[in-house]
Design a binder for this molecule. Sequence first.
Ligand SMILES: NC(=O)c1ccc[n+]([C@@H]2O[C@H](COP(=O)([O-])OP(=O)(O)OC[C@H]3O[C@@H](n4cnc5c(N)ncnc54)[C@H](O)[C@@H]3O)[C@@H](O)[C@H]2O)c1
Length: 393
Amino acid sequence: MKNLILDKNCIVAVIGAGAMGSGIAQVAATAGHQVLLFDTRAEVVDKAIATLLITLNKLVEKQKITFEKADQIKNNIHPAYKLEDLKDADLVIEAIIEQLHVKQELFRNLEVIVSTNAILASNTSSLSVTAIAASCNNSSRVIGLHFFNPAPLMPLVEVIPAMQTDVNLPLQLKQLMLDWNKVPVLAKDTPGFIVNRVARPFYGEALRICEEGIADHATIDWALKEFGGFKMGPFELMDLIGNDINYTVTETVWTQCYFDPRYRPSIIQKRMVESNRLGRKVGKGYYDYEEGAINPEPNKDSILGKQIFDRVMVMLINEAADALHYKIASKEDIDLAMTKGVNYPKGLLKWADEIGIDSVVSHLNNLYEMYQEDRYRSNILLKQMANDNNKFF
Ligand SMILES: NC(=O)c1ccc[n+]([C@@H]2O[C@H](COP(=O)([O-])OP(=O)(O)OC[C@H]3O[C@@H](n4cnc5c(N)ncnc54)[C@H](O)[C@@H]3O)[C@@H](O)[C@H]2O)c1
């Protein structure tokens, strides 16, 4: 594959003008690229561009950007109404519906429209990049580029080479993401990549504690904020993300990991979705967001709170260690991903060093002994590190 120089002169095409695509288009245009924005629904493209203009005007009003910069960004974005309009694109970023066969069909059609050395990236959160790449004749130019929502504000981008991806492409895209003022991390093409896998216990263990009646959601949220310094508790965060979306991600990681009990979704989550308590977007989730609504007060018992925090924390650390053990990413990138992708106050592996690996392992062993469930097995790397008295950093 002929190497393309990825600089400001590259034309970027974004496919899918929804929540993610419109944000990615804004990021690329802000970085100085000419951007083509395409969606199968023309009205969605027009609406995304109109909304972007409003956003830019607000940013000028708040003096976050100059009038000239806003003007430049506006002039950099161009609507596209046919896939053929993307023929001159050097880099295409796909952000359409999360369905493998739809993405594969798009990549197949796209491949014959763009030039032979154009790069094709997917913003998929949960599908196999390797399976998407397999739809192309030249799959070496296909890669995952996973932005976080909202793309203009969240710094993290996971760069995910498929099995077939050209070896030079990940580094080229990492550099491009740095040029876009993003924080890129390199992740293996495995379910949930880094963030959506490592973060699972934040929700899953919180739900389990709630399910067992150890504490209610308000108390669990309080405990993680109070003792962990998290900006939001797991239930507050699930309400923000949307309980339907969170449930789907959990179920996808669980099934793709061949039903590993660590990722098993909770019945509570399922019932929340069934009862349309999807969170903030519908005004009701674990909390009631209607004006004047009364929500439960947490039980601020510090012994209980610390127990809750410790249990969720060791499960998170176990997951981060597992990701390192299975070479999903480097220890630096795992910590960077969690602080820059989901705003954790500290990287989990650095946190493990502070807590002490031996105490993390002994806590996991206690849980394992108590429940006799595979879910609580300690990762082998942690066990070895505890034996050798090692630290991650
Ligand atoms: N929403 C998030 O928090 C988030 C975060 C990271 C990654 N993602 C991923 O980004 C992608 C898009 O998610 P979203 O939340 O922006 O979805 P969205 O529903 O807001 O937007 C998707 C857009 O794609 C368009 N579309 C569907 N099929 C198409 C096709 N064949 N060709 C062109 N356009 C098509 C739709 O009309 C829609 O406007 C998904 O793969 C999702 O997993 C989402």
